[in-house]
Design a protein around this ligand. Structure first.
Ligand SMILES: *[C@@H]1O[C@H](CO)[C@@H](O)[C@H](O)[C@H]1NC(C)=O
Ligand SMILES: *[C@@H]1O[C@H](CO)[C@@H](O)[C@H](O)[C@H]1NC(C)=O
Ligand SMILES: *[C@@H]1O[C@H](CO)[C@@H](O)[C@H](O)[C@H]1NC(C)=O
Ligand SMILES: *[C@@H]1O[C@H](CO)[C@@H](O)[C@H](O)[C@H]1NC(C)=O
Ligand SMILES: *[C@@H]1O[C@H](CO)[C@@H](O)[C@H](O)[C@H]1NC(C)=O
Length: 396
């Protein structure tokens, strides 16, 4: 829609000034969302709920906890971005929300020891709290649950390989995603609660990640560390690893006063390395996970891996948002313009190659899967994320 194109940077700046009062949500919601793109998001969302959600259990049908946490975060993002109440039953009825509302929940037992999964739950709870705040209701149950979980993970930090939190409470692995999520939740947590313990951990975490060796010479974060040598284990560089570190750095940039542009430059290193032809993660401008294969219907990506591309789009959109907080700068505008064609390209690919007539989304975006698609709630959730990100940051 041309009215978005017509907005000059100056107009964007003027529109943003009222947010000085403090945003309703972190990262701040996009200033404008594209109505036609949003319509696609609601169609996919409605289908996810009608086909894949068991309201009695408060779970999506596969019951993949961390994916569910992300899916609930997505529904709340969609409501907050569009001022809609359409999926508000998830704020109290989802399995995670029910646990947050029950003061007797034993979180360590509930979470089962996967520290990365626990941190996805923190992000989901925060968006539920933001939604409650927007509805002028008390968000404290969700915020308290998130704080309890963050504390459990902060206790998973130790000196093995110089720092970092463990991937699980079994203490067998230190990896990228858990530590990137800890960077993000520590920096964003500080923005939310002003508690310096969070900020200290965010700074310590970035320092450790930067020096950990997990980022390879191409600028991509591999999966994790070889514990025997404390060096990069050279395992798969997944798409989501490249964007969660970027949203974490965006949050740290804002948490440290929106002055240290090095942090935004570091964030762009991993994003740009992903989008570069030949990175192994991109096919004609469209994300392609190493396990995506249109001829095999995407079936070689497991349920977890099916979500990764969607997470890349979501966390890149978070970086773009953080970069312009508390207000746009020439650098943040150039970041937004740089990635706009990417968001648009993912939307086009999802709607042309992956979305079907019943609004389910297949696992492969870069090419049509020719009837071999693996239809799963995780793949639909990834599509939902790509569409929501495009609604706020792509071409309308
Ligand atoms: C939802 O889960 C409940 C409890 O396991 C089960 O009894 C019910 O059949 C499920 N609903 C659907 C529509 O599958
Ligand atoms: C800050 O957070 C830490 C860790 O959760 C907590 O122990 C401490 O009491 C908090 N400080 C304040 C002032 O709330
Ligand atoms: C990872 O690759 C580097 C460079 O090829 C090599 O030196 C190192 O030994 C590898 N590490 C592991 C754990 O395989
Ligand atoms: C900016 O952040 C980087 C961390 O990547 C740090 O090394 C540097 O000292 C920071 N600069 C300032 C001025 O704080
Ligand atoms: C669309 O996806 C659903 C999965 O829920 C599948 O059952 C159906 O066959 C697909 N429809 C088409 C036309 O591909």
């Amino acid at each position: 829609m041309s009215w978005i194109k017509a907005l000059t940077p100056v107009a964007l700046l003027a529109l943003t000034i009222p947010s000085y009062g403090g945003p309703t949500t972190y990262p701040p919601a996009p200033l404008l969302v594209c109505p036609s793109t949003t319509k696609t998001a609601f169609a996919i969302g409605d289908r996810l709920i009608s086909k894949w959600y068991n309201a009695t259990l408060g779970q999506m049908f596969d019951g993949d906890f961390w994916v569910d946490c992300n899916t609930w975060e997505d529904f709340h993002n969609l409501m907050l971005d569009t001022h809609s109440t359409r999926y508000e039953s998830l704020t109290t009825g989802s399995y995670l929300a029910k646990a947050a509302l029950d003061p007797t929940t034993d979180w360590a037992a509930f979470l089962g020891g996967s520290n990365d999964d626990s941190l996805w739950a923190v992000l989901s709870l925060w968006k539920m709290a933001d939604y409650r705040k927007w509805r002028r209701e008390d968000p404290s149950a969700w915020l308290n649950a998130a704080a309890t979980i963050w504390d459990l993970i902060a206790h998973e930090w130790d000196d093995t390989c110089g720092g970092g939190v463990w991937w699980s409470t079994a203490h067998t692995y230190k990896n990228s995603i858990t530590n990137e999520l800890f960077l993000l939740t520590s920096a964003e947590g500080y923005l939310r609660n002003g508690n310096n313990t969070y900020l200290d951990f965010a700074e310590k975490e970035w320092d450790w990640l930067y020096n950990s060796g997990m980022r390879n010479s191409e600028g991509l974060f591999n999966d994790g560390l070889d514990l025997a040598t404390c060096t990069n284990n050279n395992q798969t560089a997944w798409s989501y690893n490249q964007a969660v570190v970027a949203s974490g750095l965006g949050a740290l940039y804002v948490a440290t006063g929106s002055k240290n542009t090095t942090l935004l430059e570091q964030a762009q290193i991993s994003i740009d390395a992903t989008l570069k032809a030949g990175s192994g993660l991109i096919d004609n401008g469209v994300l392609r996970e190493s396990c995506d294969d249109a001829t095999l219907g995407g079936s070689i990506c497991n349920h977890d891996q099916q979500l990764f591309k969607g997470l890349f789009t979501k966390h890149l959109s978070y970086l773009v948002s953080y970069a312009s907080t508390p207000f746009p700068t020439p650098q943040s505008i150039s970041i937004a313009l740089k990635y706009k064609p990417f968001f648009t390209a993912q939307y086009t690919a999802i709607t042309h190659n992956a979305l079907n007539s019943t609004d389910d989304v297949g696992g492969v975006w870069y090419a049509p899967a020719g009837g071999n698609e693996a239809w799963q709630p995780e793949a639909s959730a990834a599509g939902l994320e790509g569409v929501i990100a495009a609604a706020g940051y792509g071409k309308c």
